[in-house]
Design a protein around this ligand. Sequence first.
Ligand code: PBG
Ligand code: ZN
Length: 310
Amino acid sequence: MVRETTLSASQLILPFFVREGKGERRPIGSMPGVSQLSLDELLKDVKAAYAAGVPAVLLFGIPDRKDEKASGAYAEKGIVQRATRLLKKELPDLLVVTDVCLCEYMSHGHCGIVKQTASGATILNDKSLELLARTAASHAAAGADIIAPSDMMDGRVRAIRSALDAGGFDQIPIMSYAAKFASAYYGPFRDAAESAPKFGDRRSYQMDAANGDEAVREVALDIQEGADIVMVKPALAYLDIIHRVKTEFGYPTAAYSVSAEYSMIKAAAANGWIDERAVTIESLLAMRRAGADILITYSAREVADWLKET
Ligand code: PBG
Ligand code: ZN
Protein backbone atom coordinates (compact mmCIF):
# COMPACT_ATOMS: atom_id res chain seq x y z
CA MET A 1 0.00 0.00 0.00
CA VAL A 2 2.84 2.36 0.72
CA ARG A 3 5.12 1.04 -1.96
CA GLU A 4 6.42 4.02 -3.89
CA THR A 5 7.49 2.27 -7.05
CA THR A 6 5.61 -0.23 -9.15
CA LEU A 7 6.80 -2.81 -11.59
CA SER A 8 4.36 -4.19 -14.09
CA ALA A 9 4.51 -6.23 -17.27
CA SER A 10 2.86 -3.32 -19.10
CA GLN A 11 6.14 -1.38 -18.78
CA LEU A 12 8.26 -4.00 -20.55
CA ILE A 13 9.73 -4.24 -24.04
CA LEU A 14 11.37 -7.51 -25.13
CA PRO A 15 14.11 -7.37 -27.79
CA PHE A 16 14.37 -10.01 -30.54
CA PHE A 17 17.03 -10.88 -33.12
CA VAL A 18 15.48 -11.89 -36.42
CA ARG A 19 17.32 -13.74 -39.15
CA GLU A 20 16.58 -15.36 -42.51
CA GLY A 21 15.57 -18.99 -42.89
CA LYS A 22 12.97 -21.38 -41.58
CA GLY A 23 12.89 -23.28 -38.33
CA GLU A 24 16.05 -21.47 -37.30
CA ARG A 25 16.76 -20.99 -33.63
CA ARG A 26 20.41 -20.18 -33.10
CA PRO A 27 21.31 -19.75 -29.46
CA ILE A 28 23.58 -16.83 -28.62
CA GLY A 29 26.38 -18.25 -26.51
CA SER A 30 26.93 -15.12 -24.48
CA MET A 31 23.21 -14.59 -23.81
CA PRO A 32 21.76 -17.81 -22.34
CA GLY A 33 18.08 -18.11 -23.20
CA VAL A 34 18.29 -15.72 -26.18
CA SER A 35 18.44 -16.95 -29.79
CA GLN A 36 18.50 -15.55 -33.27
CA LEU A 37 15.15 -16.60 -34.73
CA SER A 38 13.77 -17.05 -38.21
CA LEU A 39 10.34 -15.52 -38.83
CA ASP A 40 8.34 -18.65 -38.00
CA GLU A 41 10.17 -19.17 -34.72
CA LEU A 42 9.96 -15.47 -33.93
CA LEU A 43 6.20 -15.60 -34.20
CA LYS A 44 6.03 -18.45 -31.69
CA ASP A 45 8.16 -16.66 -29.11
CA VAL A 46 6.44 -13.31 -29.58
CA LYS A 47 3.03 -14.95 -29.18
CA ALA A 48 4.18 -16.58 -25.96
CA ALA A 49 5.60 -13.33 -24.59
CA TYR A 50 2.49 -11.41 -25.57
CA ALA A 51 0.29 -14.02 -23.92
CA ALA A 52 2.42 -13.69 -20.78
CA GLY A 53 1.62 -9.97 -20.70
CA VAL A 54 4.56 -8.34 -22.50
CA PRO A 55 2.93 -5.64 -24.64
CA ALA A 56 5.87 -4.68 -26.86
CA VAL A 57 8.86 -6.04 -28.75
CA LEU A 58 11.99 -4.40 -30.15
CA LEU A 59 13.26 -5.89 -33.41
CA PHE A 60 16.87 -6.20 -34.54
CA GLY A 61 17.60 -7.70 -37.95
CA ILE A 62 20.44 -9.97 -39.01
CA PRO A 63 20.53 -9.98 -42.79
CA ASP A 64 22.11 -12.76 -44.84
CA ARG A 65 24.18 -10.28 -46.80
CA LYS A 66 25.98 -7.16 -45.66
CA ASP A 67 27.46 -4.44 -47.84
CA GLU A 68 28.96 -0.96 -47.66
CA LYS A 69 25.66 0.85 -48.00
CA ALA A 70 23.55 -1.23 -45.63
CA SER A 71 21.07 -2.15 -48.40
CA GLY A 72 19.32 -4.66 -46.15
CA ALA A 73 18.37 -1.97 -43.67
CA TYR A 74 15.91 -0.19 -45.94
CA ALA A 75 14.92 -2.97 -48.35
CA GLU A 76 11.16 -3.31 -48.67
CA LYS A 77 11.57 -7.05 -48.11
CA GLY A 78 14.28 -6.64 -45.50
CA ILE A 79 14.19 -8.95 -42.53
CA VAL A 80 12.84 -6.38 -40.05
CA GLN A 81 10.26 -5.16 -42.56
CA ARG A 82 8.98 -8.72 -43.09
CA ALA A 83 9.01 -9.48 -39.37
CA THR A 84 7.04 -6.32 -38.68
CA ARG A 85 4.39 -7.15 -41.30
CA LEU A 86 4.03 -10.66 -39.95
CA LEU A 87 3.74 -9.64 -36.30
CA LYS A 88 1.27 -6.85 -36.98
CA LYS A 89 -0.87 -9.20 -39.06
CA GLU A 90 -0.89 -11.94 -36.43
CA LEU A 91 -0.97 -9.74 -33.33
CA PRO A 92 -2.47 -6.37 -34.31
CA ASP A 93 -2.39 -5.02 -30.75
CA LEU A 94 1.22 -5.93 -30.11
CA LEU A 95 3.44 -2.83 -30.11
CA VAL A 96 6.23 -3.32 -32.60
CA VAL A 97 9.25 -1.11 -31.99
CA THR A 98 11.99 -1.30 -34.63
CA ASP A 99 15.62 -0.51 -34.03
CA VAL A 100 16.93 1.79 -36.73
CA CYS A 101 20.64 1.46 -37.30
CA LEU A 102 23.03 0.44 -40.04
CA CYS A 103 25.66 -1.59 -38.19
CA GLU A 104 23.99 -4.98 -38.61
CA TYR A 105 23.74 -4.37 -42.37
CA MET A 106 27.19 -2.91 -43.01
CA SER A 107 30.07 -5.20 -43.93
CA HIS A 108 32.32 -3.16 -41.62
CA GLY A 109 29.89 -3.16 -38.69
CA HIS A 110 29.78 0.58 -38.07
CA CYS A 111 26.53 2.45 -37.47
CA GLY A 112 27.08 4.84 -40.39
CA ILE A 113 28.76 5.09 -43.80
CA VAL A 114 32.52 4.78 -43.51
CA LYS A 115 35.04 6.58 -45.66
CA GLN A 116 38.63 5.42 -45.68
CA THR A 117 41.11 8.26 -45.71
CA ALA A 118 44.87 8.48 -45.43
CA SER A 119 44.55 9.16 -41.71
CA GLY A 120 42.14 6.28 -41.12
CA ALA A 121 38.41 5.67 -41.33
CA THR A 122 35.84 8.38 -40.73
CA ILE A 123 32.06 8.20 -40.47
CA LEU A 124 30.14 10.31 -42.98
CA ASN A 125 27.44 11.71 -40.74
CA ASP A 126 25.13 13.47 -43.21
CA LYS A 127 25.25 10.75 -45.86
CA SER A 128 24.37 8.24 -43.15
CA LEU A 129 21.32 10.31 -42.21
CA GLU A 130 19.78 9.70 -45.63
CA LEU A 131 20.02 5.93 -45.19
CA LEU A 132 18.72 6.06 -41.62
CA ALA A 133 15.73 8.14 -42.71
CA ARG A 134 14.98 5.66 -45.51
CA THR A 135 15.24 2.79 -43.06
CA ALA A 136 12.83 4.43 -40.63
CA ALA A 137 10.29 5.18 -43.36
CA SER A 138 10.44 1.58 -44.59
CA HIS A 139 9.81 0.29 -41.07
CA ALA A 140 6.81 2.58 -40.72
CA ALA A 141 5.50 1.44 -44.12
CA ALA A 142 5.72 -2.14 -42.86
CA GLY A 143 3.56 -1.21 -39.87
CA ALA A 144 6.01 -0.40 -37.07
CA ASP A 145 4.34 1.39 -34.15
CA ILE A 146 7.44 3.11 -32.78
CA ILE A 147 10.75 3.90 -34.48
CA ALA A 148 13.87 3.62 -32.32
CA PRO A 149 17.06 5.05 -33.84
CA SER A 150 20.19 3.74 -32.10
CA ASP A 151 22.90 4.95 -34.47
CA MET A 152 23.84 8.20 -32.66
CA MET A 153 24.60 10.23 -35.80
CA ASP A 154 24.12 13.99 -35.32
CA GLY A 155 20.74 15.22 -36.51
CA ARG A 156 19.22 11.79 -36.99
CA VAL A 157 16.03 12.42 -35.04
CA ARG A 158 15.22 15.45 -37.19
CA ALA A 159 16.05 13.59 -40.41
CA ILE A 160 13.91 10.62 -39.40
CA ARG A 161 11.06 12.83 -38.23
CA SER A 162 10.87 14.62 -41.56
CA ALA A 163 11.10 11.37 -43.54
CA LEU A 164 8.27 9.90 -41.47
CA ASP A 165 6.14 13.01 -41.86
CA ALA A 166 6.77 13.12 -45.59
CA GLY A 167 5.73 9.48 -45.90
CA GLY A 168 2.42 10.13 -44.14
CA PHE A 169 3.59 8.64 -40.85
CA ASP A 170 3.38 11.78 -38.76
CA GLN A 171 1.59 9.90 -35.97
CA ILE A 172 4.42 7.37 -35.53
CA PRO A 173 6.48 8.27 -32.45
CA ILE A 174 10.26 8.22 -32.23
CA MET A 175 11.93 6.61 -29.25
CA SER A 176 15.48 7.85 -29.53
CA TYR A 177 18.49 6.27 -27.94
CA ALA A 178 19.16 9.77 -26.65
CA ALA A 179 21.86 9.05 -24.11
CA LYS A 180 23.78 6.09 -25.48
CA PHE A 181 27.16 5.53 -23.94
CA ALA A 182 30.15 3.85 -25.58
CA SER A 183 29.88 0.83 -23.34
CA ALA A 184 31.58 -2.49 -22.76
CA TYR A 185 28.16 -3.71 -21.63
CA TYR A 186 27.20 -4.16 -25.31
CA GLY A 187 29.68 -7.03 -25.76
CA PRO A 188 27.21 -9.94 -25.86
CA PHE A 189 24.84 -7.98 -28.14
CA ARG A 190 27.52 -7.69 -30.77
CA ASP A 191 27.68 -11.50 -30.89
CA ALA A 192 23.92 -11.65 -31.03
CA ALA A 193 23.51 -9.09 -33.81
CA GLU A 194 26.80 -9.94 -35.52
CA SER A 195 27.52 -6.23 -35.52
CA ALA A 196 30.94 -5.82 -33.93
CA PRO A 197 32.91 -3.16 -35.84
CA LYS A 198 35.65 -4.78 -37.98
CA PHE A 199 38.00 -1.91 -37.19
CA GLY A 200 38.05 1.01 -34.76
CA ASP A 201 35.31 1.51 -32.19
CA ARG A 202 32.16 3.55 -31.70
CA ARG A 203 33.70 6.27 -29.55
CA SER A 204 33.34 8.94 -32.21
CA TYR A 205 29.54 8.66 -32.09
CA GLN A 206 28.68 7.21 -28.68
CA MET A 207 29.14 9.04 -25.37
CA ASP A 208 31.94 8.84 -22.84
CA ALA A 209 30.89 7.07 -19.64
CA ALA A 210 32.42 9.92 -17.65
CA ASN A 211 30.09 12.60 -19.05
CA GLY A 212 26.74 13.08 -17.37
CA ASP A 213 26.14 16.72 -18.31
CA GLU A 214 26.86 15.94 -21.95
CA ALA A 215 24.31 13.14 -21.82
CA VAL A 216 21.66 15.56 -20.57
CA ARG A 217 22.53 18.00 -23.37
CA GLU A 218 22.23 15.19 -25.96
CA VAL A 219 18.79 14.34 -24.65
CA ALA A 220 17.74 18.00 -24.90
CA LEU A 221 18.84 18.03 -28.54
CA ASP A 222 16.90 14.88 -29.38
CA ILE A 223 13.78 16.36 -27.78
CA GLN A 224 14.26 19.56 -29.81
CA GLU A 225 14.56 17.48 -32.95
CA GLY A 226 11.28 15.72 -32.22
CA ALA A 227 11.90 12.67 -30.04
CA ASP A 228 8.73 11.52 -28.27
CA ILE A 229 10.35 9.03 -25.90
CA VAL A 230 13.96 9.31 -24.74
CA MET A 231 16.10 6.36 -23.84
CA VAL A 232 19.10 5.93 -21.59
CA LYS A 233 21.43 3.02 -22.34
CA PRO A 234 22.88 1.03 -20.60
CA ALA A 235 20.61 1.20 -17.56
CA LEU A 236 22.00 -0.11 -14.30
CA ALA A 237 25.35 1.66 -14.47
CA TYR A 238 23.61 4.90 -15.53
CA LEU A 239 20.78 5.28 -13.04
CA ASP A 240 21.92 8.83 -12.29
CA ILE A 241 21.42 9.72 -15.96
CA ILE A 242 17.94 8.17 -15.99
CA HIS A 243 17.07 10.21 -12.94
CA ARG A 244 18.45 13.46 -14.35
CA VAL A 245 16.73 12.96 -17.69
CA LYS A 246 13.36 12.23 -16.12
CA THR A 247 13.64 15.12 -13.65
CA GLU A 248 14.91 17.64 -16.17
CA PHE A 249 12.58 16.95 -19.09
CA GLY A 250 9.61 15.01 -17.70
CA TYR A 251 9.47 13.10 -20.98
CA PRO A 252 8.50 9.46 -21.27
CA THR A 253 11.81 7.83 -20.43
CA ALA A 254 13.00 4.36 -21.37
CA ALA A 255 15.85 2.43 -19.78
CA TYR A 256 17.62 -0.18 -21.90
CA SER A 257 18.99 -2.89 -19.67
CA VAL A 258 21.56 -4.10 -22.18
CA SER A 259 23.02 -7.47 -23.06
CA ALA A 260 25.78 -7.68 -20.45
CA GLU A 261 23.40 -6.63 -17.68
CA TYR A 262 21.39 -9.69 -18.65
CA SER A 263 24.37 -12.00 -19.18
CA MET A 264 26.04 -11.10 -15.88
CA ILE A 265 22.92 -12.04 -13.97
CA LYS A 266 22.52 -15.26 -15.98
CA ALA A 267 26.14 -16.27 -15.45
CA ALA A 268 26.14 -15.61 -11.72
CA ALA A 269 22.78 -17.36 -11.33
CA ALA A 270 24.01 -20.38 -13.31
CA ASN A 271 26.82 -20.67 -10.79
CA GLY A 272 24.38 -20.54 -7.93
CA TRP A 273 25.89 -17.28 -6.70
CA ILE A 274 22.79 -15.13 -6.91
CA ASP A 275 19.03 -15.55 -7.11
CA GLU A 276 18.21 -14.67 -10.72
CA ARG A 277 14.64 -13.72 -10.13
CA ALA A 278 15.30 -11.54 -7.07
CA VAL A 279 18.28 -9.74 -8.64
CA THR A 280 16.44 -9.15 -11.91
CA ILE A 281 13.37 -7.70 -10.21
CA GLU A 282 15.49 -5.58 -7.87
CA SER A 283 17.48 -4.18 -10.82
CA LEU A 284 14.32 -3.29 -12.76
CA LEU A 285 12.80 -1.69 -9.68
CA ALA A 286 15.94 0.45 -9.36
CA MET A 287 15.46 1.66 -12.94
CA ARG A 288 11.83 2.47 -12.19
CA ARG A 289 12.84 4.27 -8.98
CA ALA A 290 15.39 6.29 -10.96
CA GLY A 291 12.57 7.48 -13.22
CA ALA A 292 12.23 5.05 -16.11
CA ASP A 293 8.70 4.62 -17.43
CA ILE A 294 9.64 1.93 -19.95
CA LEU A 295 12.02 -0.98 -19.39
CA ILE A 296 13.71 -2.74 -22.27
CA THR A 297 14.99 -6.08 -21.03
CA TYR A 298 15.88 -9.51 -22.40
CA SER A 299 14.19 -10.92 -19.28
CA ALA A 300 10.80 -9.38 -20.07
CA ARG A 301 9.06 -12.70 -20.66
CA GLU A 302 10.29 -14.25 -17.39
CA VAL A 303 9.58 -11.04 -15.49
CA ALA A 304 6.00 -11.01 -16.74
CA ASP A 305 5.60 -14.57 -15.46
CA TRP A 306 7.24 -13.82 -12.10
CA LEU A 307 5.04 -10.78 -11.57
CA LYS A 308 1.98 -12.98 -11.91
CA GLU A 309 3.21 -15.28 -9.19
CA THR A 310 3.87 -12.56 -6.60
C1 PBG B 1 23.73 -0.85 -32.33
C2 PBG B 1 23.14 -1.26 -31.02
C3 PBG B 1 23.84 -1.77 -29.95
C4 PBG B 1 22.91 -2.11 -28.97
C5 PBG B 1 21.66 -1.79 -29.46
N1 PBG B 1 21.82 -1.24 -30.74
C6 PBG B 1 25.27 -2.06 -29.79
C7 PBG B 1 26.27 -1.05 -30.07
O1 PBG B 1 26.05 0.16 -30.14
O2 PBG B 1 27.40 -1.52 -30.22
C8 PBG B 1 23.27 -2.74 -27.67
C9 PBG B 1 22.19 -3.51 -26.99
C10 PBG B 1 22.65 -4.45 -25.95
O3 PBG B 1 23.83 -4.55 -25.59
O4 PBG B 1 21.78 -5.15 -25.44
N2 PBG B 1 23.25 0.31 -32.86
ZN1 ZN C 1 24.50 0.55 -34.79
